[in-house]
Design a binder for this molecule. Structure first.
Ligand code: ADP
Ligand code: MG
Length: 246
């Protein structure tokens, strides 16, 4: 999993914005990386480009051993469906389907018949074995996010991408979800890339990378929440005062 010299530009002419401006980054297999940076620094764009959900204007992406830019639409759709998992802040569960049916959905879309215990096992992995028959509306926010994580994991993706997965959760529930993600890395060797603005959330990762104005500006290994918070304060102060990054 890597990006090399990735550039992503939105708009054109005077209104042109380089959301990513030459990003080179590797996500080692079996590790948990957090991406942080001020609002508008390009975090979501980085995640979307890394996951093959958005195209790049220059540079290369290596996603599960392939360059998404070199794939046909059909092949890219299959890659997204079968090789990566994506979790959003807003859960995005189908309200009329039970937890089990939501988790089965990616397999159905891929026309794969679930093995008898495949869905049950992934629901058990996220601690929801007892809630398989519940609708999203019958579950707490933390439980709904765990269903979304189970849904993202059911195809055994090489990488799990998460954009602010705890952004809609209270701090206790956030910790449950973050411990779950940490456990997936430690116990199953899952590779996880997570965008967050919360230093406590970032401290669950092995490494934090910091973006500012579409560029990587720093990284921290084995981060503590305090170190991350200090880095963020520095970045935000620099952004506010418009100190040029030459
Ligand atoms: P972050 O997730 O760090 O808040 P984004 O990746 O969403 O940042 O956005 C980075 C920059 O690119 C911002 O200036 C944003 O306004 C711009 N941008 C993002 N997506 C689009 C889009 N679809 N069209 C135009 N501009 C966009
Ligand atoms: Mg964002």
């Amino acid at each position: 999993m890597a990006l090399s010299g990735v550039r992503r530009v939105y708009g054109s002419g005077e209104g042109e914005v380089a959301a990513l401006d030459g990003v080179t980054l590797t996500f080692a297999a079996g590790t948990f990386t957090a991406i942080m940076g001020p609002s508008g620094s390009g975090k979501s764009t980085l995640l979307q480009c890394a996951a093959g959900l958005d195209r790049v204007d220059a540079g290369r992406v290596d996603l599960a051993g392939t360059d998404p830019a070199a794939l046909s639409e059909t092949a890219l759709t299959r890659l997204r469906r079968e090789r990566i998992g994506f979790v959003f802040q807003a859960f995005n569960l189908m309200p009329s389907l039970t937890a089990r049916q939501n988790v089965e959905l990616p397999l159905r879309l891929a026309r794969r018949r679930p093995a008898p215990d495949q869905v049950a096992r992934v629901l058990a992995d996220v601690g929801l074995a007892e809630r398989a028959g519940h609708l999203p509306s019958q579950l707490s926010g933390g439980q709904q996010q765990r269903v979304a994580i189970a849904r993202a994991l059911v195809t055994r993706p090489q990488v799990l991408f998460a954009d602010e997965p705890t952004g809609a959760l209270d701090s206790r529930t956030s910790r449950e979800v973050l411990s779950l993600l940490r456990g997936l890395v430690d116990e199953h060797g899952q590779t996880i890339v997570m965008v967050t603005h919360d230093p406590v959330a970032a401290s669950y990762a092995d490494k934090v990378v910091f973006l500012a104005d579409g560029q990587l500006v720093d990284e921290l290994a084995r981060p503590t929440a305090e170190d991350v918070a200090t880095h963020m304060t520095t970045l935000e102060t620099t952004a506010q005062h418009g100190v040029p990054s030459c």
